[in-house]
Design a protein around this ligand. Structure first.
Ligand code: HSE
Length: 394
């Protein structure tokens, strides 16, 4: 048995403990957000032993956390990993590629929870976004599935925002125009964006502070600098500050990028509609924000529902959607990466009917790419594993 029951006899509540949890990549950006959320929510209370793994510092002391083993374990030690009931990996796709299959080949039957995309589309994997697909997750658990993988951040944030429309079966097709934060490219790229901003400012400063300088001279100076190759671009590859990059992830050589392909592929898998996919067509764009992905959707509705009803349907779908009234002041105050960053809110606004077709609507959404886009579905899966065991054992 991989999780064992701690029955509080005579109590209405049954709590199960996860006997041991191995965590790899807890020091990285997604991993640290996840660990912080797990601590905030008391998730470690139902983990009897937490083993923090490291690819480079095995044997050294780890952070002092509730129920954590004092020394870091070796993330490449399959024998050690195979003693875990649950493994969470935020270490990235290469690690998953290297470790997951050999571990399974050894006969390891534990639960593998992963933030990377490596296993996402495998038939044995479930993409986890429990506010939308909790019943699928539970069914797959009951059917013995053991790989539970976080979705692409853009897709998870889209589905959370449009949850109500899916519940009511209102969506015929979607186009998504994304405005994706640099956190999606990793911590190094986030740092580089800020470095680029500083370098540009440094370069413009002599003219900026000259009272008589012309804004057109400043603009030329900045643009020449951005095109000169002098800006630091070693991580992002291109200037992103004062710019945008309308391509994310690899080129599929058919006019689209892999990030765009994920829109429909992962949506279908999460909603259990692989045989009958909802068409999703995306243009994915990197913009100079730090950790919130924004998206503008055009959605063809299956019925001509009024705007007030649509607003209610969207706002009531889950506790995280926060509808922002469609006026200038509320929108600029609350429907922005600056307003949403670091919060669990999925801000949804600019809810409008298309000017020339009342069965088409437009919506704008903003969500934190590291929270609902990455860490949150994984930590919630731990809770589901614990609950599920309570039901199957009781
Ligand atoms: N691929 C996403 C991005 C992040 O580049 O923004 C991970 O889901």
């Amino acid at each position: 048995m991989y999780l064992y029951l701690l029955a509080l006899k005579g109590s209405r509540y049954t709590m199960t403990m996860i006997r041991n949890l191995g965590f790899i990549g807890w020091r990285g950006m997604v991993g640290s957000v996840l660990l912080e959320r797990m601590q905030e929510e008391g998730d470690l209370d139902y983990v009897e032993e937490l083993v923090l793994y490291s690819t480079s510092q095995a044997g050294q002391p780890g952070p002092e956390l509730a129920n954590a083993q004092p020394l870091l374990a070796d993330a490449t030690d399959l024998d050690s990993l195979s003693t875990m009931d649950v493994i969470i990996s935020c270490q990235g796709g290469d690690y998953t590629q290297k470790i997951h299959a050999p571990l399974r080949s050894m006969g390891w039957q534990g639960y593998w929870l992963d933030a990377s995309s490596t296993l996402r589309m495998n038939s044995d994997s479930t993409i986890i976004l429990d506010p939308l697909n909790q019943s699928m997750i539970k069914e797959n658990l009951a059917n013995g599935k053991r790989d539970f993988i976080g979705g692409n951040c853009t897709v998870s944030l889209m589905l959370m925002a449009l949850h109500g429309l899916f519940k009511e079966n209102l969506v015929e097709w979607i186009t998504a125009m994304t405005y994706q934060a640099i956190s999606g490219g990793g911590a190094q790229q986030m740092r580089e964006l800020l470095i680029q901003m500083g370098e540009i400012h440094e370069h413009a400063r002599p003219l900026l502070h000259l009272r008589k300088s012309s804004i057109l001279d400043i603009d030329s100076r900045v643009n020449e600098y951005l095109n000169s190759g002098a800006l630091t671009t070693s991580s992002i590859g291109y200037p992103l500050a004062n710019n945008l990059l309308p391509w994310i992830d690899i080129d599929l050589d058919n006019g689209t990028g892999r990030e765009e392909w994920k829109g429909q592929a992962e949506t279908s898998k999460i909603l259990g509609r692989e045989d009958n996919p909802i068409p999703v067509d995306s243009t994915c764009v990197r913009v100079a924000t730090l950790r919130c992905h924004s998206q503008a959707f055009t959605i063809a509705l299956s019925q001509d529902v009024g705007i007030d009803d649509l607003t209610d349907i969207m706002g009531q779908a889950n506790q995280w959607v926060k509808v922002v009234p469609n006026n200038k002041q509320d929108t600029l105050q609350s429907l922005t990466p600056v307003a949403v960053s670091g919060s669990m809110d999925i801000a949804v606004g600019r809810i409008r009917k298309n000017a020339f077709d009342s069965k088409i609507m437009t919506v704008f959404t903003v969500g934190d790419q590291l929270l609902w886009g990455a860490a949150e579905p994984l930590r919630r899966m731990l809770g589901i594993l614990s609950e599920q065991q309570a039901y199957s054992d009781s």
